[in-house]
Write a protein that binds this ligand. Structure first.
Ligand code: PMP
Length: 431
């Protein structure tokens, strides 16, 4: 529309070209399912930002908590004059995250910051340097997290040199492992990674293993059952800190509070952000008290970390998630979406794999009869869906994965409409 076009024009001369946007319209209003643009057009939201607005983008409880806290104070700095909201969020996360051991929490602003700090803690507590990350991993865009992230374009190219002592190991990727003739079993995949760790680094040099229990940006890759438990067991036996990066998978998205719960994994440290605070910038690390308390006072923090307005939003968002039973809602969304997408996969030849858990759902698009990625088709499907009024994100190392991350509060009718649009877009693009 004309208003969005005018804003795009202003943006060209004001905002750096290095920042991209997937959708060409500018937002005026958004709730838990619809984004209204500045020209009055409505889009159905199947992205939640990028997995952020699980409780919606204007949850009344969050909006009220934000306004109320802003009237008391927007900032005092927790490192100067602390406040209750920070402590209350830490208590909630210590109780909500997997495991019944003694835990401590630190709050930051972004997912990348949480990941950086989890690594800082692991290195200090173990006195070791090496960090193990995986193929297809995404952990952020700061220097250390770029090093941990696998994909060069657009995240790393020409942005180096990268932080040292990061080692990349093979991931369990059932669809592609099988296509490559590898044993796709989870234990076999873990054995491949562990052997490489021991041969290339040496287990006594490893401070931490960091892994997304379901990989996000890399393609919604769900490791084969047994992979994560075997890695976690190896880490425990070798004094290696097991860090679960649940920035994208956390807070009910996969049908449990955290994706680790599916196989009973209890991480030593868990990193969280995105869904935590109803859209306000907040991130956290929660982990074993002995690890987190090993750091000297003043070693962790930051000016804005655990901002009081963001903490108020998080407490309100957590209340909403609990009251609306959003883990169960995520499972229901996943069931209805995957049922429809699997039926479509039987009908058209371009869907190589339908996967995910809860409301973190993906389809991997390939050239028919092969497992060869089709990134062009994927772009075409997202563009067709957008033209028909549905915001759909793509991801994947090969750029060939359509990913669905609807707000967990989305209504059934809206979700059905959006899935119908997606099905039509897939049929048309594949024809
Ligand atoms: N880890 C994971 C698993 C993520 O998905 C992301 C964001 N996509 C990050 C870390 C980085 O989070 P942020 O963009 O808030 O720095």
């Amino acid at each position: 529309g004309p208003e969005s076009a005018r804003l795009a024009e202003r943006r060209r001369s004001a905002v750096a070209g290095g920042v991209g946007s997937s959708v060409p319209v500018y937002a005026a209003d958004a709730d838990g399912g619809v984004i209204v643009d500045v020209d009055g057009n409505s889009l159905i939201d199947l992205g939640s930002g990028i997995a952020v607005t699980s409780v919606g983008a204007s949850d009344p409880r969050v909006a009220e908590a934000v306004a109320a806290q802003a009237q008391h104070f927007t900032h005092t700095c927790f490192m100067v004059t602390p406040y209750e909201g920070y402590v209350a969020v830490a208590e909630r996360l210590n109780a909500l995250t997997p495991g019944y051991h003694d835990k401590r929490t630190v709050l930051f602003n972004s997912g990348a910051e949480a990941v950086e700090n989890a690594i800082k803690v692991a290195r200090l507590a173990t006195g070791r340097d090496a960090v193990v990350a995986f193929d297809h991993a995404y952990h952020g865009r700061t220097n250390l997290t770029m090093a941990l992230t696998a994909k060069t374009m657009p995240y790393k190219k020409n942005f180096g040199p990268f932080a040292p002592e990061v080692y990349r190991m093979p991931m369990s990727y059932p669809y592609r492992d099988a296509a490559a003739g590898l044993d796709a079993d989870g234990k076999a995949a873990a054995a491949r990674a562990i052997t490489q760790i021991e041969k290339q680094i040496g287990s006594d040099a490893v401070a931490a293993v960091i892994i997304e229990p379901i990989q996000g940006e890399g393609g919604f890759i769900v490791p084969a059952p047994g992979f994560l438990p075997a890695l976690a067991a190896w880490a425990k036996e070798n004094g290696v800190v097991f860090i679960a990066d649940e920035v994208q998978t956390g807070f009910a998205r996969t049908g449990a509070w955290f994706a680790c719960e599916d196989e009973g994994i209890v991480p030593d440290i868990i990193t969280m952000a995105k869904g935590i605070a109803g859209g306000m910038p907040l991130s956290a690390i929660t982990g074993r008290a002995d690890l987190l308390d090993a750091v000297h006072a003043g070693g962790l923090g930051g000016t804005y970390g655990g901002n009081p307005v963001a903490c108020a939003a998080a407490l309100a968002a957590l209340d909403t998630m609990e009251d609306l039973h959003l883990p169960a809602r995520a499972r229901a969304i996943g069931e209805s979406a995957t049922t429809r997408l699997r039926a479509l996969a039987d009908e058209i030849g371009v869907i190589g794999d339908v996967r995910g858990r809860g409301a973190m759902i993906a389809i991997e698009l390939v050239h028919p009869g092969t497992s060869e990625p089709d990134a062009d088709l994927t772009k075409a499907v997202a563009a067709k869906a957008l033209a028909a009024g549905v915001v759909i994100l793509t991801c994947g190392t090969y750029g060939n994965v359509i990913r669905l991350l609807p707000p967990l509060v989305i209504g059934d009718a809206l979700l059905d409409d959006a899935l119908t649009v997606l099905e039509t877009a897939l049929r048309e693009a594949a024809a």
